[in-house]
Design a protein around this ligand. Structure first.
Ligand code: PXL
Length: 279
């Protein structure tokens, strides 16, 4: 028997078309050799960015009965990873899941998945961002981009910045109870971007080539690979490094395809991810 077989619960939406959220998390985390249990927060025809007229079925009312059934069956998880949530009530429901569905020593990973490039996604407001900050405060590790970190803390968003700005932003997150952070999309030079990883009181930066394009769903690709690597025993920094390299590979496999202006072709990079995990 493989004693290292881990079970993750991931809570986020199903955007049927668009390669983001659960349609990324389920295949990516599964490919890492981890049992992946899904709890859809909503079902949309597409992701909200770049499309108009998308459908949105909020599944908030279905969630309590699903989690109550799991409690009754004593189904518990090594990690709970949340992404895009459909409503403020769901944030409270995730807090209940943290209180009732974890195995001893389980890991709580929250990707606030609500904003990018200085703007909140369609459907979210400042109140939602403040609620999300209270969920992030309960997590063991949070994965915001700079925009999300700013919305959660009220810190001023900047397009250009230096190391001091990032240090102060990390302090602002710490003041809200977020002490272990992977801050994504941190770029100090035109041709490079990377992630700042704060964990166990240390801060490290991992930088890599920057592809001058913006794709949907790359935050979900990153977060899913991060969770997969973490469940394979890598520490926070190495998990972030693997996830960043995987995300870059996915972007490079997609960039330039005029017919693929939504998510990234992550499926093509999965063999590479498995190699990076040493499997
Ligand atoms: O990738 C983040 C994401 C997830 N789910 C939905 C989205 C987005 C980003 O736009 O719209 C529904």
């Amino acid at each position: 028997m493989n004693r290292d077989y881990k079970r993750v619960l991931t809570v986020q939406d199903i955007s049927c078309f668009g390669q983001c959220s659960l349609t990324v998390a389920l295949p990516v985390i599964s490919a890492c050799g981890v049992e992946t249990v899904i709890l859809p927060s909503a079902v949309l025809s597409t992701h909200t960015g770049g499309f108009s007229g998308f459908t949105f079925r909020d599944l908030t009312d279905d969630i309590p009965a699903i989690t109550a059934h799991w409690c009754k069956e004593n189904i518990k998880f090594d990690a709970i990873y949340t992404g895009y949530l459909g409503s403020k009530r769901q944030i409270d429901m995730v807090k209940d899941m943290f209180a009732s569905l974890g195995k001893e020593g389980f890991v709580k990973v929250v990707d606030p998945a609500m904003a990018d490039n200085g703007k909140l996604y369609t459907g979210f407001d400042n109140e939602y961002a403040r609620e999300m900050a209270t969920l992030c405060a309960q997590a063991d590790i949070v994965l915001p981009n700079i925009t999300e970190a700013c919305f959660m803390t009220g810190f001023e968003y900047a397009e250009e910045y230096g190391e001091e700005y990032i240090e102060t932003l990390l302090q602002a997150l710490a003041a809200y109870g977020m002490n272990n952070v992977v801050l994504t999309g941190v770029s100090y030079e035109k041709d490079f971007t990377g992630v700042v990883v704060k964990y166990d009181g240390r801060v490290k930066y991992y930088k890599h080539r920057r592809v001058p394009t913006s794709s949907h769903g790359t935050g979900d690709v990153f977060a899913s690979a991060f969770v997969g690597a973490l469940m394979n025993g890598f520490d926070e920094y190495d998990s972030a490094r693997i996830a960043a390299d995987f995300t870059l590979e996915c972007i490079e496999l997609t960039v330039g395809d005029e017919n693929h202006k939504y998510g990234v072709k992550f499926e093509l990079a999965i063999p590479e991810l498995i190699k990076m995990l040493g499997k």
